[in-house]
Design a protein around this ligand. Structure first.
Ligand code: APR
Ligand code: PHB
Length: 391
């Protein structure tokens, strides 16, 4: 089999890239290790930047998001027993959209099916090769995989590595070509999805002496809540009642409780691999970088990467010009590092670090006080949260 762009991974990055290419008349094949039901049911991030909303709408997959998504014009910071609002609309003229990642994935899969374009689930043993970029080559990048017990080969012009942090694409790049920058945090988030009306109409990020907590939501009847915990936290030690009372204590809000639909522990890491390509293999999304979830940036970074990659591929297929493709990594990384900085900063601002002493805790609170009392400081948070421009 042969295609123009082989896309490995059907998360937000791979699926959106496939849709952007299809809109531009560029062929692709998407290969995904997991079954469709798994992808559509997996609960993950939920905040879309202003610009991500515009990209999804322009990609023709915005209808359900505009109908069911919840536009938010601000967030609350909770500390010293009080909520303080950061007003995005006033500070930036922009808003974000609450819409679950698995809903974005569902919309993109539906679009791919409607377009009758190839998207294969439950594909095994994917390997990528021959992606070096040499002016004299006649051979092409190649993807091998197994589907329904049969070995398959896919020849292509380019490979898009959209296969997440644990995927094969980044690992297939020779080690000497990549520099990895990483920080692993000494805490994790215990996440709860519950059938309970959210106690606030906007998100609450809490810095409490017991640790960080976050109140988020998926709809007017479904709450998404998080608690700072240990990376090795044993969920058996956290029966629902304990989680609710801990959330209540940290958020300082009277929470409506309800049936718990899902409970999990997410480790926290900052990670960047540079450059984001090797020859004709381009990494996008979690395959290239991970942010701690405090700034709500993971899905948005994936969307920005493939928007840039889609434009670069379009320019190549229109005119044969490889300039934008050659610049892909540098273009993405300029923004990725700013978003890494913001995600690290939000994390450092709101969590308890076991190495912190009383001085550090006072300093954190002073910084929060500063943010809510200075328009300039609030604006810095707001413009990053609603999303920095693509370039
Ligand atoms: N072969 C085929 N598919 C693979 C392989 C493989 N060897 N390895 C991984 N995959 C698939 C995974 O099953 C997953 O569906 O690649 C997909 C990667 O998707 P995501 O992990 O969702 O990554 P991405 O599309 O970059 O989206 C980033 O996900 O983790 C969140 O916070 C993050 O919101 C951000 C978003
Ligand atoms: C979520 O709703 O899942 C969510 C919201 C904000 C974050 C992280 C996750 O910072």
């Amino acid at each position: 089999m042969r295609t123009q762009v082989a896309i490995i991974g059907a998360g937000p990055a791979g699926l959106l890239l496939a849709q952007l290419l299809h809109q531009r008349g560029i062929e692709s094949v998407v290969l995904e290790a997991r079954p469709r039901e798994y992808l559509e049911g997996r609960v993950r991030a939920g905040v879309l930047e202003h610009q991500s909303v515009a990209i999804l709408k322009a990609a023709g997959v915005g209808d359900r998001m505009m109908r069911d998504g919840l536009p938010h014009e601000g967030i609350f910071l909770h500390f010293n027993g009080r909520n303080h609002r950061i007003d995005f609309a006033d500070l930036t003229g922009k808003a974000v959209m609450i819409y679950g990642q698995q809903e974005v994935v569902r919309d993109l899969i539906a679009a791919r099916m409607a377009a009758r374009q190839p998207l294969y689930f439950e594909v095994d043993d994917v390997s990528v090769s021959d992606f070096e970029w040499s002016a004299h080559r006649t051979d092409r990048p190649r993807v091998r995989y197994r589907m329904g017990g049969q070995e398959q080969t896919l020849d292509c012009d380019f490979i898009a590595g959209c296969d997440g942090f644990h995927g094969v694409c980044r690992q297939s790049i020779p080690e000497r070509e990549l520099t990895v920058y990483e920080r692993v945090y000494p805490f994790a988030w215990l996440g709860l999805l519950a059938e309970a009306p959210p106690a606030s109409h906007e998100l609450i990020y809490a810095n409490d002496s017991r640790g960080f907590a976050l109140l988020s939501m998926r709809s007017p009847t479904v709450s998404r809540l998080y608690l700072q915990c240990l990376p090795e936290e044993d969920l058996n030690q956290w029966p629902d009642e304990r989680v609710w009372s801990e959330l209540q204590a940290r958020l300082g809000s009277q929470l409506a409780t309800g049936p718990v639909l899902q409970k999990s522990v997410t480790p926290m890491r900052s990670f960047v691999a540079e450059p984001m390509n090797s020859g004709r293999l381009f990494l996008a999304g979690d395959a290239a970088h991970i942010v701690p979830p405090t700034g709500a940036k993971g899905m948005n970074l994936a969307i920005a990467d493939v928007q840039i990659l889609g434009q670069a591929l379009e320019s190549y297929y229109r005119s044969g010009n490889t300039e934008a493709l050659q610049a892909y990594s540098a273009t993405c990384l300029r923004r990725v590092w700013k978003v890494q900085r913001f995600s690290w900063w939000m994390t450092a601002l709101l969590h308890r670090f076991d190495t912190d002493n009383a001085f550090d805790q006072r300093r954190q609170l002073a910084e929060l006080e500063y943010i809510v009392s200075s328009r300039a400081a609030a604006q810095t948070l707001a413009e990053n949260y609603v999303g920095l421009p693509l370039s």
